[in-house]
Write a protein that binds this ligand. Structure first.
Ligand SMILES: Nc1nc2c(ncn2[C@@H]2O[C@H](COP(=O)(O)OP(=O)(O)OP(=O)(O)O)[C@@H](O)[C@H]2O)c(=O)[nH]1
Ligand SMILES: [Mg+2]
Length: 218
């Protein structure tokens, strides 16, 4: 019983800080996306493809969250995009306070789009608001079409689903219609994009949608 109480307090505290982050972003007109997925679904690859398309037309910054290493931050920095790496040292999700601290290390002047790449984990990050406008869940075809049903929290709390690695459909046991149907069963309002970072398919549609967003996510 006491464990439940402590957990609720942790989440309440997190929500308070997240709300402060949200106000910070809204006051500056920054559209913030929290990218969540299981490890290796393709979050960083989608960021790389997005930079290739939008880097010259939008001010972009990135906060990277990983259990260990700055490998993803290095991949992002390669594109000349300002980036801060948060290393959680085992922590399985980012929290709003970590994002608040990271913001002090980023020059947010001229930034329109802030991507927060969460720790690879399809469970824990669902419960932690970071102050983002939208949560974007990335699911790759290699993970199977049943995942929205098995990990509903992430799909329920996200506004956007990116189905990645569509180039692998001929080789894996994943039916796109079933996957879409399962995701919409959990969250009928999900906006779904189908992409391949390998071929580039679907990336223009995703970037077009991104380009039309304002800071509130509408
Ligand atoms: N075939 C194929 N491979 C892909 C695609 N997107 C990403 N990959 C590969 O999948 C692997 C993982 O991609 P990442 O972008 O590192 O995935 P991630 O979600 O950022 O991983 P973590 O940050 O570790 O959770 C890499 O080897 C990518 O090259 C795709 O569309 N098709
Ligand atoms: Mg990554």
């Amino acid at each position: 019983m006491s464990i439940l109480t402590i957990e609720r307090k942790v989440l309440e505290k997190n929500d308070e800080v997240a709300q402060r982050n949200r106000l910070f972003f809204q006051e500056r007109g920054i559209f913030v996306l929290n990218l969540v997925s299981s490890p290796g679904a393709g979050k960083t690859s989608i960021l790389e493809k997005t930079f290739q398309q939008l880097k010259d037309s939008a001010g972009i910054a990135v906060i990277e969250g990983d259990v260990q290493t700055d490998l993803d931050a290095r991949r992002v920095a390669h594109y000349g995009v300002p980036v801060v790496q948060i290393v959680t040292l085992g922590g399985c999700h980012l929290e709003a306070k970590l994002v608040q601290d990271a913001l002090e290390k980023l020059d947010m002047g001229g930034v329109d789009l802030l991507f927060i790449e969460n720790v690879g984990n399809l469970v824990c990050p669902a419960n932690y608001d970071l102050g983002e406008a939208v949560k974007v869940v990335v699911l790759s075809t290699t993970e199977g079409d049943d995942k929205p049903l098995k990990y509903p929290g992430m799909f329920r709390n996200s506004s956007v689903l990116i189905i990645n690695k569509t180039d692998l459909i001929p080789y894996v046991n994943c039916d796109l219609n079933t996957l879409r149907g399962n995701a919409l069963k959990i969250n009928p309002a999900l906006r779904i994009f189908e992409v391949s970072c390998f071929t580039g398919a679907g990336i223009p549609e995703w970037c077009h949608w991104l380009g039309r967003k304002d800071a509130s996510g509408l």
